[in-house]
Write a protein that binds this ligand. Structure first.
Ligand code: MG
Length: 389
């Protein structure tokens, strides 16, 4: 494989209106935000990555503000001029700067894309080259759809029915205290057979165990991250009390966290968000841990634009990713994405990985710049950074 040398890195903060806002137990943001990363190599390859940070420290502590600061001042200068035989060398290069996994993941993703393009292979194949034999990509990912907290059960039912009609084979509902058992009961009454899971985004505590047990009767695929967003220990006290498998999302920041969670019985399923664990190199390690312990694995989503979604889709096409992923078709998120062609839902609730080199979608530079203008015009917290709106 050919090495690449990083000659330039550009960062584009972007904002995109969402077709449907996603309200979770920690709230909703007015539009989608991200930092799009463009890496150029001395060999002439261009790679793209996405930092899917939110504006507020809600899902994670990183924000658009922290990501831009850490990338501009520390991470990008550490990358420029570096020669990489493989993108798996990027984490070591960025390791002197602690934390900030999403910022690091975005840069690493752009390097993966540039490296795959320089070597004339697709991203899924690039990932498989770093896994044991028998992990050849399947060409498609099994996907589902995530539905935010709505104003009423009727409104939720309408969206569920719309998504089932569109062909989504797995429904995930965001829950919070007061919006859980009755919701699940209503869905099960109308849709007894739909593959259903709930995501609490850390809205409960161990003291709610008796309440959470009431969910067992709805034969859920899983309940995601019921307890604290950094907790593993208390989940190990909750899981044995539930028949419903617990899936950890927010708490898993590394392969080491995955190993710990599995060892102490904190979960039976893992949701992997490559951005949350610091990039695809660490994601490959989480993948290996899950395969070794036969723990089902799926790829979560952070409303990524086509840039981040294409890369996550490539990872989700690896055979060890064996439950439906939160990677939906483009029209579920955006009127017009940053990339072409749009992702469409195929048969059996799958999305095909586009053929080509790297992320294999065309990043529309004019749309990136337009989304950057939207960001500067609409960022709502500017006064808190000391600038007048
Ligand atoms: Mg989640």
């Amino acid at each position: 494989m050919h090495p690449i040398t990083i000659s330039d890195v550009r960062l584009y903060p972007v904002g995109l209106p969402l077709v449907e806002r996603l309200r979770t137990s920690y709230g909703a943001e007015p539009f989608k935000s991200a930092v799009i990363v463009e890496v150029t190599t001395t060999e002439g390859a261009v790679g793209w990555g996405e930092c899917p940070t939110k504006m507020r420290p809600s899902y994670a502590y990183e924000t658009m503000g922290t990501a831009l600061h850490v990338m501009r001042e520390f991470l990008v200068p550490a990358l420029i001029g570096q020669r990489f035989n493989s993108p798996t060398e990027v984490p070591k290069c960025l390791a002197p700067m602690r934390g900030h996994p999403m910022a690091k993941a975005a840069l690493e993703a752009a390097v993966w894309d540039a490296w795959a393009k320089a070597n004339l292979i697709g991203l899924a194949e690039a990932f498989a080259k770093h896994l044991p034999e028998g992990n050849e990509p399947t060409g498609r990912a099994l996907v589902g759809v995530s539905i935010g907290i709505q104003d009423s059960i009727d409104a939720t039912m309408n969206i569920i029915n719309k998504r089932i009609d569109q062909g989504y084979g797995r429904i995930k509902l965001k829950i919070e205290p007061g919006w859980d058992v009755e919701l699940a009961r209503a869905v099960r009454e109308q849709n007894p057979d739909v593959s259903l899971m709930l995501d609490a985004n850390s809205a409960y505590s161990l003291a709610d165990a008796e309440h959470l047990k009431k969910l067992d009767e709805f034969h859920l695929l899983m309940i995601e991250q019921p307890l604290g967003f950094t907790d593993i220990y208390e989940h190990s006290k909750l899981q044995p009390q539930l028949r419903t498998p617990v899936c950890l999302d927010e708490s898993i920041h590394s392969a080491g966290d995955a190993r710990l969670a599995i060892a102490i019985g904190a979960c039976k399923i893992i949701n992997l968000k490559p951005a949350r664990v610091g990039g695809f190199t660490e994601s490959l390690e989480v993948y290996k841990v899950c395969a070794e312990h036969e723990i089902p694995l799926w790829i979560g989503g952070l409303l990524e634009t086509g840039v981040g979604r294409a890369a996550n889709l490539a990872f989700a096409s690896l055979p060890g990713v064996n439950l439906p992923c939160d990677i939906s078709a483009t029209d579920r998120y955006y009127q017009r994405d940053l990339t072409e062609p749009p992702f469409v839902l195929g048969p059996n609730s799958t999305i095909e990985v586009p053929e080509g080199h790297g992320i294999a979608v065309d990043v529309k530079r004019d749309r990136v710049l337009e989304a950057q203008s939207y960001w500067f015009a609409n960022y709502p917290y500017r006064h808190e950074l000391g600038e007048k709106r």
